[in-house]
Design a protein around this ligand. Sequence first.
Ligand SMILES: NC(=O)C[C@H]([NH3+])C(=O)NS(=O)(=O)OC[C@H]1O[C@@H](n2cnc3c(N)ncnc32)[C@H](O)[C@@H]1O
Ligand SMILES: [Mg+2]
Length: 432
Amino acid sequence: NSEFKSTKEIMKLNEGEKAKVRGWVYRKRDLADNIFIVIRDSDGILQTVLPRKNSSEKIVSLAEKVNIESSIIVEGIIKDDERAPGGKELQIENLSVIGFSDDFPIKGGESIDYLLDIRHLWLRSRKLTAIMKIRQSILEGMREYFKRNNWWEVNPPILTQSAVEGGATLFEVNFFGKKAYLSQSAQFYLEVMIFSLERVWAITPSFRAEKSRTRRHLYEYYHLEGEAAWMDMKDMMKHVEGLVKSAIKKVLDERLEELEIVKRNVGILENSLKTSFPEITYDEAIEKLKRKGINLKWGDDIGADEEKVLTEYYDTPFFLTMFPKHLKSFYMKIDDSRPELVYGFDLEAPEGYGEVVGGSQREDSYEKLYKRIIEEGLNPNDYQWYLDLRKYGSVPHSGYGLGVDRLVTWIAGLDHIRDSIPFPRFRERIYP
Ligand SMILES: NC(=O)C[C@H]([NH3+])C(=O)NS(=O)(=O)OC[C@H]1O[C@@H](n2cnc3c(N)ncnc32)[C@H](O)[C@@H]1O
Ligand SMILES: [Mg+2]
């Protein structure tokens, strides 16, 4: 509606120009000569000021009554004033209240648990608003990358009957008397689509009944997955590097103001654009950890704590590749020259954030995949259609899953994944 300008648009106006803005009361100071009201909208904040002198009784008493989070419309005249945020303020000539607010429960110092209970109000904060804008730029940067590289977006199902990443983290659903599960990963459905569209990707909510509570695990998370025919592990790693760089670049191009609000040191993001992401193998990682005093024996899992230590070697994301077969999923392709290894890759974010992407080259031989299913103690009948794909013109192919919330957590420099997503889901939290 063109009669209104956003707070950001108003900041571009000159002294003496008139403007009309709408939003919510963010801060208020009731002083002897002036009442200062900082108004908040989706673009930011703007200081408005009502000089008590020469203002009508009606407007002064309204201005005295509005409280934090009241929704208001302000009309006024631009004044340059270096004391105001951004050096400009709107001198109020008219004020109307659309909706008064109850006493807003967030005043500072509340516990995280309490703030999560009122997440539906906490989301109005400038920090969370900034994070949601950074999140959009990350998604936009990746979407543009897929478009530039002729990948196809598809929409896989969420109600499924197969466990992609093991039965331990499945959420079961009673589907009219039949057992179904909330999707852990869309991977198998993307593998179907490569035989027609060749390069496919999807963003879906994935569900994991995680055993452990950590700062990087959600129970429902946004999972961006890609799958491509003809690509081997190295090809896919190159694709993933370009994808993540596209996200970083978009954020640096568009979201510097929001990175400022979340107090993010952008040096490491800028550095990550300049260099190609290093690759270390599992074998090399074990050696590097040893040099840091962590004595894993070959075959041990490299968990979050060890990943954290590994990130100390790098100031960019880096790839971890060629894992022991028994640590990884049945569908990963075995390295024939070292059959104890699979062509798996993880992308680790620096600064202690750890795994952001998990991917691999897939086993494309029917016989070998069948054998892996048996070896893992799985029932081949549960993977009938997945095995079928290897019967009709099978091709070398690879893919990955990127944790969108984890990528947001790293790029925004957050100290917990819960602030990367509007409504985080944990074992003890599905409210609001
Ligand atoms: N298409 C594929 O090849 C993906 C593959 N089937 C897969 O699900 N791999 S993964 O389990 O490592 O999960 C992939 C990524 O998904 C993220 N992830 C995985 N689990 C979580 C939880 N619980 N919370 C938040 N993010 C999570 C994390 O970044 C992982 O690297
Ligand atoms: Mg993984």
